[in-house]
Design a protein around this ligand. Structure first.
Ligand code: ATP
Ligand code: MG
Length: 525
């Protein structure tokens, strides 16, 4: 058959068709013209796509042409997901529900919205998951509004310097590494060195101080979270606390999301003018969850197999803590991120990243912890970069010279370790340092008030404690604090109301402490 004969056959076929519908060939032209004039581009449906692969809390979808990074997608059977990876023709997303409910080939719909967290006063005292749903069994939480889980940090104009103290109630921290409201102070140390304990003590110490606390648990055992909730409740601290938990049993996407959800809750209160304290326990596990989902999204691994943007993962989180300017309501959000190290190695990837983001770190050491020095703060390498401005005058005056004395003590301890015959002044110096270290020991859930700290520090730094035997220091501190209210009420009143300590009052503390010592510990005196 030639080309012409095929064309003729086609035309014949067309004529036959036209006869059947009773239209002549001449009428066809205007009909075609009309069709062309009225033609509009087809409304291609780009809002519904199809799942390509699914598994391990991750799904890849195709057919969503204009889908955006961070957008929430709706899958079959109510499962939601968030777009985390955009490749040509394919979007990778993390799932917030049971991934067994969807299969490859099932439909997925765009929502054109980004993830949001329900927020409101009713969340206080509750335990919620990374999506804001209650998991404590006390029923539904009535939210006031929603806040975006990812939102930009306050701008420079919106901020003011850190100038109010956020007291931890721990002598070792408040005296030497003071934390200010709006600061980010890292708590770093090996496993089982009392990291969580410091954060919990700080939460318990906020009782009656009008601070909202948020504790974000990432990748912990559900039983630990339950125990911690119970502990806070027992000490009356749950009333002003919200616990956001993504436990080890939750999927990597939920663990990844939890700190941002907690921060969204914190921002709600901060923007209302409240002071907020947020604890992220811990960011090492957060980074690991992020690594897991990044590898499953087929992003290329970098150092320690973390993806390239793991610094941004934590910087964009911690930058949201701030002290807002008075024009913005003057609220603040103080962050206490926790990072776990392996064998004290602070130069690993995640520790160095978070150290460089935060405004200081409290370094906890296993050897100190096991020798009974708890909280096990390593005074040598812990720092607080902005909190000094937040310390009250009384505290500054009382704790002056403390860090230096302890540094001298550490050095001397090393030198004198092996020598037996020490001169009197060296011995005295050593004993002074040991006494200070002993004073810094503090039981869990026994915070000191600011005034108590000032009294103890003043007595210690003026060598009142020096003659007291090391194993009696505890008793001395306890006794002195019980004795103080009746011995020097005017001093306590002044510190509490003005935050200042006059020379005269300082002298009063010293004389009273001496009097107390001579009465209670006569042989040593
Ligand atoms: P993990 O690595 O498991 O998270 P962690 O570093 O958070 O551990 P914690 O759980 O806070 O450590 O503390 C470990 C143990 O030490 C707990 O049993 C806790 O009660 C105890 N502990 C912590 N601080 C003190 C303290 N100041 N005095 C007495 N015991 C303490
Ligand atoms: Mg812990």
């Amino acid at each position: 058959m030639t080309k012409e004969s095929i064309l003729d056959a086609e035309l014949d076929e067309l004529r036959r068709l036209l006869e059947r519908v009773d239209i002549s060939e001449g009428d066809l032209i205007p009909l075609m013209q009309e069709a062309i004039n009225n033609w509009t581009p087809d409304d291609l449906n780009n809002d519904v796509g199809e799942v390509v692969t699914v598994g391990d809390g991750i799904a890849t979808v195709k057919g969503l042409k204009e889908v955006k990074y961070g957008e929430i997608l709706l899958f079959a059977r109510g499962v939601r997901g968030m777009v985390q990876e955009l490749k040509p023709g394919i979007a990778g997303c993390i799932l917030f529900g049971d991934d067994r409910k969807i299969t490859s080939g099932s439909l997925v719909k765009r929502t054109k919205k980004t993830a949001a967290m329900p927020v409101g006063e009713n969340f206080l005292g509750r335990v919620v998951n990374a999506l804001g749903a209650p998991i404590d069994g006390y029923g539904k939480i009535e939210a006031e509004s929603f806040r975006r889980i990812e939102s930009p940090a306050p701008t420079i104009i919106e901020r003011q310097p850190v100038n109010k103290p956020m007291e931890t109630g721990l002598l070792a921290i408040d005296s030497m590494f003071p934390i200010g409201r709006g600061q980010r102070e890292l708590i770093i140390g090996d496993r089982q060195t009392g990291k969580t304990a410091i954060a919990l003590d700080t939460i318990v110490n906020q009782k009656g101080k009008d601070v909202i606390c948020i504790y974000v648990a990432i990748g912990q055992k559900a039983s630990s979270v339950a125990q911690l909730t119970e502990n806070l409740k027992k000490r009356g601290a749950l009333k002003y606390t919200i616990i956001v938990a993504a436990t080890a049993a939750d999927s990597a996407p939920l663990q990844y999301l939890a700190p941002y959800s907690g921060t969204a809750l914190g921002e709600y209160f901060m923007r209302k003018g409240n002071d907020v304290l947020i604890v992220y326990d811990d960011l090492s596990k957060h980074a690991i969850a992020y690594r897991t989902l990044s590898l499953m999204l087929e992003r290329s691994p970098g150092r320690e197999a973390y993806p390239g943007d793991v610094f941004y993962l934590h910087s964009r989180l911690l930058e949201r803590s701030a002290h807002l300017s008075d024009a913005e309501g003057g609220g603040s959000m103080t962050a206490l991120p926790i990072v776990e190290t392996q064998a004290g190695d602070v130069s690993a990837y995640i520790p160095t990243n978070v150290i460089s983001i935060t405004d200081g770190q409290i370094f906890l050491e296993s050897s100190l912890f096991f020798s009974g020095q708890r909280p096990a703060v390593n005074v040598g390498i812990s720092v607080s970069r902005v909190g000094g401005d937040a310390q009250t005058k009384a505290m500054k005056k009382a704790s002056g010279g403390m860090k230096l004395s302890l540094a001298v003590h550490r050095e001397m301890e090393v030198f004198t370790q092996f020598s037996s015959d020490l001169d009197e002044s060296t011995k005295a110096q050593l004993q002074f340092g040991q006494g200070l270290m002993r004073m810094l020991r503090q039981r869990q859930y026994h915070p000191y008030s600011q005034t108590e700290q000032v009294i103890l520090l003043t007595a210690a730094m003026h060598h009142v404690m020096q003659p007291v035997a090391i194993d009696k220091i505890d008793e001395f501190c306890k006794g002195l604090l019980e004795y103080a209210p009746e011995a020097m009420p005017e001093v306590i009143a002044e510190i509490e109301s003005t935050g200042k300590l006059s020379d005269e009052h300082q002298q009063k503390i010293i004389t009273e402490a001496k009097k107390f010592r001579d009465k209670m510990f006569p042989s040593e005196g």
